[in-house]
Design a protein around this ligand. Sequence first.
Ligand code: IFM
Length: 441
Amino acid sequence: MPKFPPNFLWGVSTASYQIEGAVQEDGRGPSIWDTFSHTPGRTHEGDTGDVACDHYHRWAQDADLIADLGVGAYRFSIAWPRVQPAGTGPINDKGLDFYDRLVDGLLVRGIAPVPTLYHWDLPQPLEDAGGWLSRDTAERFAEYAAAVGDRLGDRVRRWITLNEPVVHMAEGYAFGTHAPGRALLLDALPVAHHQLLGHGWAVRALRERGATEVMITNNCTPVWPASDSADDQVAAAVYDGFHNRLFLDPVLRGEYPPFAAALTDTGVVRDGDLDVIATPMDALGINYYHPTRVAAAPDDSPLPFVTTDIADVPRTAFGWPVVPDGLRELLTGLHEHYADVLPPIYITENGCSTSDSIDADGRIRDTDRIDYLDGHLRALHEAVSAGVDIRGYFVWSLLDNFEWAEGYSQRFGLVHVDYANQQRTAKDSYDWLRAVLAGQR
Ligand code: IFM
């Protein structure tokens, strides 16, 4: 593996609802994912995050796994309903105590904590009041951010406000495949604006509490037109607008792309909002999994594009195309497009699900994951060599976990979790990554 720059930050990522379990412990309130996953037919085989990886009780063992891997950072998320069970009103000290213990436990092991404030587990009472369709949720998010900053800001340097607002808007509010399960198609657009507004206010709240590095994490994809036809080119540009630019232009340039007139012309965006959203960040988080191939939609389609297959490439267990060079293409493209305004980048998620099995000797030979990570790290290095300012890379994920609507059917971990007894087993990819990291020192 080629050498990355000195001080390059290596890490692993997880998210609260996907690993914590303990959904009714120590005063945690219900989240939209509790409601959604307990609604029949919403998740694979009715799986829920009730227990997940039981990380709430086993965090110390998991922190040991992170330390033994040799990474310098751990990106986790904070469950809003643990900290503020109703999403408004009283703060639940016991909920904050958990993250307090976790942060101290990481620091003592030499691991930098990188908390994400919101990874999709909205307190259910806020959803009942309109969720992210309501501007009020952005204000509540800023208050919650301040409360967490008050408690952890003396030890946490690097913060992430939101995880993948595009996926939350699209799957949660446009298509209904994730919580809260609303299928509003283009009427979901205000969800983008209110998340971004909450992000901007949260950046300010965290800075006032001593944060030195604050960022948002977006899921970004290179978009490939399915053909040279003008219709497919237009469809690809529209998809790029919705997936990438709708979330990058406002935070980096303080403006929405022209197609978002549905937001700017309807009063959803108020005077001063874009200044809040464009509050300078110190870095940008990028989650990359695969490129997206896009064609024009048939006339009767409710959306102007359809995604189509990328042929002749390997696939993950999820069926996602494996295109490591897409990561280089994405990063060099962002570097060119946002040249004057692009802050340093962290890859805050990258990884794949594989069909793992435990061999008779107890080993999990997840060679597909090793190939995936090896290819993506080499592509990342090419982007660094091309001059893109990239400061770190986090693998998704430390542990096998609750993969949203897919439940426990997709395994993304460097560490296998036996959900029957919560036993953790390091996979071959964990040992491979540890050796790679040792070679970087
Ligand atoms: O598991 C998710 C994560 O919560 C957000 N980014 C993509 C991952 C894999 O689907």
